[in-house]
Each structure stands twice: as C-alpha cells, then as structure tokens.
Design a protein around this ligand. Structure first.
Ligand SMILES: [Zn+2]
Length: 198
C-alpha cells in the first residue's frame, strides 16, 4: 500500500467544499451560538472525498495488521467501509448498532477472539459511542489496535488506548446566547439544517 499523506488543510478544504463545515452564526442544538458548524455526513456524500479520508486513516494504521474495521451506526458505517477498502486484502468492515440501548453486533456479524480491530467514527465530541464499540469489541475477545476518527471535536480531551488518530482536530468555539460576540455584531443566528441554509 502506497498512500500519500492527506494534510489538515487538504482535508479541511474537502469539508468546506462539500458544505460539511459552515462558517457564519449558528444556533446549536445545545442552545449555544457558534461561528462554525460541522455536519460530517455532507462530506461523506461525495464518495471521492469519503475514500480519500478513509485512505488517510488506513495509512496511519497500515502496519498494525488490522483484520477488521468497525464503527458505530450511522456515522461510522461509511468510514469503516472506506478504511477497510483502503487497507485492502480481506479486511472486513462491520458496524455496531444499538439494540435495546446496548451497542451490539447484529446481522450475523462476528468478531473472532484475537482478531485485530480498528474502531472508527466520523466525528467525536465526547467519544461515548466509540467507547461503547471499543468495549463491545473487547468483550468479544477482539484486540483493539486503535481508534481512528475523521474529526476530533473534543479539542484533544478524548483519548483512547492504545492509540487514537484524527484526520482533523477541531475546536468549535461556542457562546451562551446572552454573551455572543456575533449577536453583539447584530448578525442573525441560523439554525443549521433549516431550509434557508445552503
Ligand atoms: Zn449569537
């Protein structure tokens, strides 16, 4: 495998170009305001970008003997697929999903004891779902070689053993609505996902 490194600025350009990273004045679901908004699904709607981003995570783990890539549904499904494809050979791509609130393997998916597993996700903020997938893999006897994410929004706060890699490190700054510099400038706040947003 000979994959060229994808640097932060090239990756950032893919997010901007696809509208996955928006800049402006946004009303977040938390009620806070921000000058940036990220919707990772929008970059993954372009298979060319999805594949290039997946290759970058594959490149970072190419010497780890990964046999299986797994991500939590929904965000991790496309990422797992693209990373496994780039790793090549007979590397499998699985996804975990919740059943009765519990992160589980369904659809006949299985992990063999001792299999080397890379856990992936599109975006992490607290890392909760990824942590559940890591625990699921270990409970089935799999060996987690690392975690790979496209975007780490935790500002470096979230860490995974034995190793974590992120294509983009982002710290999205947010403000309480009564103390927002963008509001002070008189800019209207937009709710992401609304129809007037392109
Ligand atoms: Zn504001």
């Amino acid at each position: 495998m000979d994959i060229k490194e994808l640097d932060q600025s090239e990756a950032m350009e893919m997010f901007r170009d696809s509208g996955a990273l928006l800049e402006g004045h946004f009303l977040l679901t938390s009620g806070r305001h921000s000058n940036q908004y990220m919707q990772c699904a929008k970059v993954l709607q372009y298979p060319g970008y999805a594949s290039r981003l997946g290759e970058e995570l594959a490149r970072r783990y190419k010497d780890q003997g990964v046999e299986l890539v797994i991500g939590p549904a929904m965000g991790g499904i496309i990422v797992a697929q693209e990373v496994a494809r780039a790793l090549g050979g007979k590397v499998r791509s699985l996804f975990a999903e919740r059943e009765g609130g519990q992160m589980s393997l369904r659809r006949g998916f299985a992990i063999e004891p001792g299999e080397k597993v890379l856990v992936v996700e599109d975006v992490i903020t607290t890392g909760g779902s990824v942590q559940e997938v890591v625990e699921l893999v270990r409970s089935l006897g799999g060996e987690v070689v690392g975690v790979g994410v496209l975007v780490d929004r935790s500002g470096g706060e979230v860490k995974f053993e034995p190793r974590m890699e992120a294509v983009l490190q982002m710290h999205i700054v947010s403000y309480p609505p009564d103390d927002c510099p963008l509001c002070s400038q008189g800019l209207p706040a937009i709710k992401p996902g609304s129809r007037n947003l392109k």
